[in-house]
Design a protein around this ligand. Structure first.
Ligand code: SF4
Ligand code: SF4
Ligand code: SF4
Ligand code: FES
Length: 951
């Protein structure tokens, strides 16, 4: 079905700077060289009938509906495959053209369900629109020529249906899967009238290689591929542009609505981060928003063993405020703190940190970035001067070599992965640094040049070895370094990495990577015209996370790969707004824009605006809050949108700390794991129920727009505002735009940001200020934000988490495409069909030694705790390494992870845990306890009247 408000130009834009003038139906138009006649006409708002063309795909020229007449040319060329040429005279309509187009359309109609074009049926497809455009609603031949009518439906995919009888074999779906998504799951089988679309080896969609991205559905001009929500639901009547609330790619969507019901989410072709593409999560997995598990009434209880009691908003807020006040009066100002959420908006994160600093009167605020990308902030700030990624996603289209470290974009950042794959298919080279053979190592039409399959925990040794090659083989860019970097720091670093102890040969035993491979990869990176580094949590979640980020920045500076398109250092941020929550001052030592709380001038500007004295001392980080709780000093916490009992390491330590507190206030959508230890539950709102902004991994600020009223009555920022007022610190915002105005007034990198500009430009990459009023695509152009780039010596210090005879394997963790983070949202959607439990991947050699086969229950024990998972025997992992995801609370992956953390930021060392794995027959003690607590929580909730479907 047509998107509600998208104008399709038929073929892609051209980026040529050269302009040519042509005449179309007697009117002159000037367009970029290289565009098609179809696009040139569309730019004049002249619609040439078309079926096989759409502007997200290369022209294909198969349907012959878009014929035009061109002066001086024989016949009737297809306008989609004919490029404009200076002076061309084109006619888009004539009697002959009308006749020809009708003939073509009639042939299609003869093999098509009549209702698809009938005026009586309110279906709105491009096919129907084209039939009407050429003046047909029925055909003269009836359905005698039918080849596809009556073919069975494929309903196997939970989100869309394939109806071969409505297929016109235009190949748009096949090309979308190839060109846009890069999965190559579809083909056209057979010839002529017998040709048909098949998935993989003629399998059902659900059994094929299809990853449910929906690109084929979006491209299909008929009802052959269609969203089930559209078939079953009401016809949408309006579209509201908003931003995906899942990962850090930040895809823009049109939420197509009928009243307050989301009929479907259509990827926005004008979206700067996604350009019309999406993945299964943002495109289809939004059903959690109205899931019956949503808590819609505030609840309180005196003890965590008591049942919950539903109360009014007023009672819940007043109870929370009076508890916070009581506890501070009894245990001191620093006995309480708050957590901002990376899933909430910038405005909401800003308000929580403001509440902590202004109303609590301390700096005990932290955020979930603590456990993912805090080392990025530290490492990039110290070396380059700014805590964020340096490029726009589009920059990758100019990269010649891509160094991908500790990231798995096809699972974690799927829309960026599709763009990356497109660039690799154009010929860019790929180096993968990962202990595991991620999908990108070998995938259709792509093979990594090098896969450096290092041992978990040896990143820094490997990067030092790569730097050693660059320095000792004369591959540094000396003129760039001399102009842009601190020379003394460079000399020191150079001497350090050039030492023979850091050579690939000397470190091969440590990293497990053959020296020649390291040398080859380093040469490839350093010799490229444009080389870019993309990295993920496989870099940061280590005891040397911050050191490794500095290694990356050092290497990029030494090879001149910063400050222009195609290069850069790019952290792939996990959650939708993890960049934003960090930008907003969620860390205990920093106000918004990463300015230290001890800076008198910065603090004074906030004190003046907020009319309050601020504590100049940094507050407690999350791990310190837990330690302090166990010591009896830290007694209460306000947690917005984070499930610490599932996502933080060493679960038993976390739950002991939560249990030691007198008041835990949770603001969330569902009764999550942390809620088991809470005293007050404030029901939050989903991204569909609120206004605000998210900031993605490329520093892009995008609007989130409210498409339905909050099911529990309040947007998250309103809850924080009420709590602040109840605590005696007044907040009086009437809309999140006012919060953004305050952020802009107090934060130099956001100085030029406001909602009106966001509406005009679509999105803005910060810094946005007087020097860059429309934002900044590429950072560090000409000079680094800190002035001169600074090299840091990065000594490799092995983690204390070492294997032993008791714990001989290393456990490392990651994620899958269909589930998201702790799974609270995706587990409550049909994505569960694709992935319904965390599994332990184990190499065949290690499995055989332990008598383990795929599907067996295995006990995983570490120094911190033990759990039980089902085994998956695979050579994706190397011998000695096991791997699991952490999307399901009952898996208890974090029962096993330890308290080890990054030396600089306390980011947990999730990626390295020494474990033993044995075959078992019964659940671990932890799992038994977990089941009991879950049963209790479930029992309390059963039969409550606050389910969404009953409101
Ligand atoms: S399924 Fe749709 S897009 Fe694919 S060939 Fe058929 S009509 Fe074209
Ligand atoms: S949903 Fe995506 S992956 Fe699946 S067939 Fe369509 S385009 Fe390919
Ligand atoms: S790639 Fe990320 S932002 Fe885009 S649709 Fe998927 S989950 Fe949402
Ligand atoms: S749209 Fe041009 S040939 Fe199909």
């Amino acid at each position: 079905m047509y998107s509600l408000d998208y104008y399709d130009f038929g073929t892609p834009a051209s980026d040529s700077a050269e302009l040519v003038s042509v005449e179309i139906d007697g009117q002159t138009v000037t367009v970029p060289a290289g565009v098609s006649v179809m696009r040139a006409a569309a730019m004049m708002r002249k619609q040439i009938p078309k079926l096989c063309a759409t502007d997200t795909l290369k022209a294909f020229g198969s349907c012959r509906l878009c014929l035009v007449e061109i002066e001086g040319r024989k016949g009737y060329p297809a306008s989609c495959t004919t490029q404009v040429a200076a002076g061309m005279k084109i006619k888009t309509s004539s009697e002959a053209l009308t006749r020809l187009r009708r003939n073509v359309m009639e042939l299609y109609l003869s093999d098509h369900p009549a209702e698809c074009v009938s005026d009586q049926v309110p279906v709105r497809t491009e096919f129907k629109a084209m039939a009407q455009l050429v003046g047909l609603t029925e055909n003269r031949y009836g359905a005698d020529g039918a080849r596809h009518l009556g073919a069975p439906l494929d309903e196997s995919n939970p989100y869309f249906r394939f109806d071969p009888s409505a297929c016109i074999v235009c190949s748009r779906c096949v090309r979308a899967c190839d060109e846009v998504q890069g999965t190559f799951a579809l083909t056209i089988e057979g010839r002529g009238f017998d040709s048909r679309v098949v998935a993989s080896q003629d399998e059902r969609f659900i059994d094929s290689e299809c990853v449910s991205c929906g690109a084929c559905v979006e491209a299909c001009p008929t009802t052959a591929l269609q969203e089930k929500s559209l078939i079953a639901g009401p016809a949408p009547e309006k579209a509201v542009t908003t931003t995906c609330a899942y990962c850090g790619v930040g895809c823009s969507f049109k939420a197509e609505m009928k009243d307050e019901v989301v009929v479907r989410m259509v990827p926005n072709r004008a979206g700067h981060a996604n350009q019309g593409h999406a993945c299964v999560k943002g495109r289809f997995a939004y059903g959690y928003a109205t899931h019956s598990d949503r808590v819609l009434k505030p609840m309180v209880r005196a003890r965590i063993t008591d049942p919950w009691r539903e109360v009014s908003w007023t009672e819940a807020i007043e109870r929370a405020a009076s508890e916070f006040k009581r506890i501070q009066a009894k245990y001191g100002r620093n006995s309480i703190g708050g957590i901002t959420s990376s899933r909430c908006t910038n405005e909401e994160a800003y308000l929580v940190q403001k509440l902590v600093r202004a109303a609590f009167g301390n700096n005990n605020v932290d955020t979930c970035a603590r456990v993912c990308h805090s080392p990025t902030g530290y490492g990039l700030k110290h070396t380059l001067g700014e805590s964020a990624g340096t490029q726009a996603f589009n920059s990758v289209m100019k990269s010649d070599v891509i160094l991908l470290i500790g990231a798995n974009p096809t699972e974690g950042h799927p829309v960026f992965a599709s763009q990356l794959k497109r660039r690799l298919r154009q010929g860019a080279k790929l180096v993968v640094v990962d202990p595991r053979a991620i999908g990108l190592v070998r995938t259709p039409h792509i093979e990594a040049e090098y896969h450096l399959q290092l041992r978990p925990g040896t990143n820094v040794a490997l990067m030092n070895a790569m730097a050693h090659v660059v320095v000792t083989e004369g591959l540094t860019r000396e003129s760039y370094i001399a102009e842009r970097c601190e020379q003394a720091s460079y000399e020191k670093w150079k001497q350090f990495v050039a030492h023979p102890d850091r050579s690939p040969e000397a470190t091969a035993d440590v990293t497990g990577v053959p020296a020649e491979k390291v040398r080859g990869a380093a040469r490839l990176y350093a010799s490229a015209e444009n080389a870019a580094i993309y990295y993920g949590l496989g870099v940061t979640e280590h005891s040397q996370g911050a050191t490794m980020v500095m290694c990356i920045a050092n290497l990029a500076m030494a090879t001149g790969n910063l400050g222009r398109e195609g290069v850069g250092v790019n952290p792939l941020r996990g959650q939708n707004n993890v960049q934003g929550s960090c930008d907003m001052g969620s860390f205990p030592h920093e106000l918004s824009g990463y300015r230290h709380i001890s800076d008198d001038a910065v603090r004074a500007s906030f004190e003046a605006a907020w009319s309050v004295r601020l504590d100049p001392e940094p507050g407690l980080r999350i791990p310190n809050m837990f330690e302090s709780a166990l010591e009896g000093d830290f007694k209460a916490m306000y947690i917005q949108g984070e499930d610490m009992a599932q996502s933080d390491p060493n679960t038993q330590h976390v739950t002991a700390a939560l249990s030691a507190m007198e008041c835990v206030v949770i603001q969330d959508l569902f009764l999550n794991e942390t809620a088991k230890y809470a005293h007050i539950f404030l029901p939050g709102s989903t991204f569909l129920e609120k206004d605000g902004t998210f900031t993605n991994a490329e520093r892009r600020i995008s609007r989130v727009r409210k498409v339905m009223n909050p099911l529990a009555g309040l947007q998250d920022w309103e809850i924080t505002q009420r709590l602040s007022n109840a605590l005696g610190y007044p907040m009086n915002y009437s809309h999140p735009s006012e919060i953004m105005d305050e952020i802009a007034a107090l934060t130099p990198t956001f100085a030029g940001v406001n909602y009106q500009k966001l509406d005009e430009l679509g999105s803005i990459q910060w810094p946005c200020n007087a020097e860059a009023p429309s934002g900044t695509q590429t950072m560090h152009v000409g000079r680094f934000v800190r002035g001169k780039g600074k090299f840091y010596v990065t000594e490799y210090v092995p983690t204390s988490e070492q294997t032993s005879s008791r714990f001989p394997l290393i456990l490392t963790t990651g994620r899958v495409l269909t589930q998201y983070n702790v799974g609270a949202q995706t587990r409550r959607t049909d994505n569960i069909v694709r992935y319904d439990e965390d599994r332990l991947e184990i190499h065949p050699h290690d499995a055989q030694m332990r008598g383990i086969a795929t599907g067996d229950w295995v006990g995983v024990a570490s120094r911190a705790g033990d759990t039980v998972l089902r085994a998956l025997v695979t050579d994706r992992v190397q011998p000695g390494v096991v791997y699991t995801t952490f999307h399901f609370p009952e898996s208890g992956a974090n029962v096993v992870t330890t308290d080890n953390s990054d030396w600089a930021t306390n980011c947990p060392e999730y990626k390295v845990t020494a474990v033993q794995v044995v075959k078992v027959t019964q659940p671990s003690l932890w799992r038994q306890r977990f089941r009991e607590l879950s049963r209790r929580q479930h029992k309390e909730r059963a039969g409550r009247a606050d389910r969404v479907d009953q409101t």
